[in-house]
Design a binder for this molecule. Structure first.
Ligand SMILES: *Cc1c(COP(=O)(O)O)cnc(C)c1O
Length: 360
C-alpha cells in the first residue's frame, strides 16, 4: 500500500488513523455485527454516534447552548439557497464577494430577494480581501454574507467584517476546525465537510436559535427549512449517516491532537514552510497578498504555463498529487488541510527546490 501526499482542495486528505479505524469497524461496528452503513439511523447505536459527534463538535468549537448544530445534505452549495429562503425576512442581504463560492452564493440569493454586492476583490482576480471595516451595510439587510476562506484563490478573512450589528453568515467549508473561532460573532457558520472534516455528502450548519423560524419564504420546500431539521435533531429524514460517523471520528482525532489551538499552531507551522519558500524562490511565486494568505489553500505559479504543467506532472510522478491550480487561476495550488502532515509540506518544498535548480 502506498499512500501519496494528497494536496487536493476537496474532497481532500483525511487522517490516516481515522481511515484505519473505519476500516477496522467496517464489517462489525462495536459488536453490532454490521457496518455503520447498514445500520438504521433510528437505532440506539446510531443515535449514540450522531450525539457524540455533535457533543465533540460543540466542545471543539465551544458552541454556546443557544446555537443548533445541524448535519444536513446537499453540500455547501445547497446552503446558497437555504440561507436566503430561511433568513431573508426583509428580502435584502449584503454579500462580500471574494471568490467563486461567494459569487455563486450571491447569485443564488438574487433569486429570492435583493442581494447587494457591498464589496468585491474581483478586480484583481480575488487575490486579496477587501477592507471591510466600514462597508455600506444596507439598513434593512437580513444578514451580511462572507466566504471566510476562499478555497480557489487562497485568501482568508483575518478579521471579520464590521457588519454594523447585522447577522453574519459565513461559509467556512475550507477552514472549518482549522483554528479556534468565536461562534458568538456569527449568526450562521456552515461548511461542506469534504475539505477539512470528512467525506462529501455532509454539510454542517451551526445556527443561532433565534434565526430558526417558521417564517421562511413562500414555497420553501420542507427539506430546506432549518426548523424542520432542528426540531428533528437532523433526523427528519435519513441523514448522511456514514459520513457523519466519519466526521465524528475526525472530531475525536482533533481533540486528541489538542483541539483547535493546537490545530492552528500546526497549520501555521505547515503554511510557513511553504510561504517562506515561495517568498525566497526565484521560480515560484505566491499569488495572494501576503496579509490575506490562507493557512489551508496555497496557490502559486512559475509565471510560465508550460513550466507549471511540467511541475505538476513531475510532482505527481514523485507522489505529490492534485497540485494543479483551479482552472480559473491556473498554476498550482497546494491544499494543506488539518490532516496533511508537516512532512508532506517539507517534502513538497524539497521537491520544489530541486525542480527550481533543474529548471533555472
Ligand atoms: C468546495 C466549496 C463549496 C462547494 O461545496 P459543495 O459541497 O460542492 O457544494 C462552497 N464553498 C466553499 C468555500 C468551498 O470550498
Amino acid at each position: 500500500m502506498a499512500r501519496v501526499y494528497n494536496f487536493s482542495a476537496g474532497p481532500a486528505v483525511l487522517p490516516e488513523e481515522v481511515l484505519k479505524e473505519a476500516a477496522d469497524e467496517m464489517l462489525d461496528y462495536k459488536g453490532t455485527g454490521m457496518s455503520v452503513m447498514e445500520m438504521s439511523h433510528r437505532s440506539k447505536a446510531y443515535q449514540a454516534i450522531i450525539d457524540e459527534a455533535e457533543a465533540d463538535l460543540r466542545e471543539l468549537m465551544n458552541i454556546p447552548d443557544n446555537y443548533k448544530v445541524l448535519f444536513l445534505q446537499g453540500g455547501a452549495s445547497q446552503q446558497f439557497a437555504m440561507i436566503p429562503m430561511n433568513l431573508m425576512k426583509n428580502k435584502v442581504a449584503d454579500y462580500i464577494v471574494t471568490g467563486q463560492w461567494a459569487k455563486k452564493a450571491y447569485q443564488e440569493a438574487q433569486i429570492y430577494g435583493k442581494a447587494n454586492k457591498i464589496a468585491s476583490s474581483e478586480d484583481k482576480t480575488f487575490s486579496y480581501i477587501p477592507d471591510c471595516s466600514d462597508l455600506p451595510i444596507s439598513e434593512d439587510a437580513d444578514y451580511v454574507y462572507i466566504c471566510e476562506n476562499n478555497t480557489i484563490y487562497g485568501t482568508k478573512f483575518k478579521t471579520l467584517p464590521n457588519t454594523k450589528g447585522k447577522t453574519l453568515v459565513a461559509d467556512v467549508s475550507s477552514c472549518f476546525l482549522s483554528e479556534p473561532v468565536d461562534v458568538t460573532k456569527y449568526g450562521v457558520i456552515y461548511g461542506g465537510v469534504q475539505k477539512n472534516i470528512g467525506p462529501a455528502g455532509v454539510v454542517i450548519v451551526i445556527i443561532r436559535e433565534d434565526l430558526i423560524t417558521e417564517d421562511t419564504l413562500p414555497g420553501t420546500p420542507t427539506m430546506l427549512k432549518y426548523k424542520i431539521h432542528a426540531d428533528n435533531g437532523s433526523m427528519y429524514n435519513t441523514p448522511p449517516a456514514y459520513g457523519i460517523y466519519i466526521c465524528g471520528k475526525v472530531f475525536k482525532w482533533i481533540k486528541k491532537m489538542g483541539g483547535l489551538t493546537a490545530m492552528k499552531e500546526r497549520n501555521e507551522a505547515k503554511a510557513k514552510v511553504l510561504y517562506d519558500f515561495l517568498d525566497e524562490s526565484k521560480l515560484f511565486k505566491g499569488t495572494v497578498r501576503k496579509e490575506d494568505r490562507s493557512l489551508m489553500n496555497v496557490p502559486f505559479v512559475t509565471g510560465n504555463e508550460e513550466l507549471d504543467a511540467k511541475f505538476v506532472k513531475e510532482a505527481t510522478a514523485a507522489g505529490f498529487v492534485n497540485l494543479k491550480g483551479h482552472r480559473t487561476v491556473g498554476g498550482m495550488r497546494a491544499s494543506i488541510y488539518n490532516a496533511m502532515p508537516i512532512e508532506g509540506v517539507q517534502k513538497l518544498v524539497e521537491f520544489m527546490k530541486k525542480f527550481e535548480e533543474e529548471n533555472a
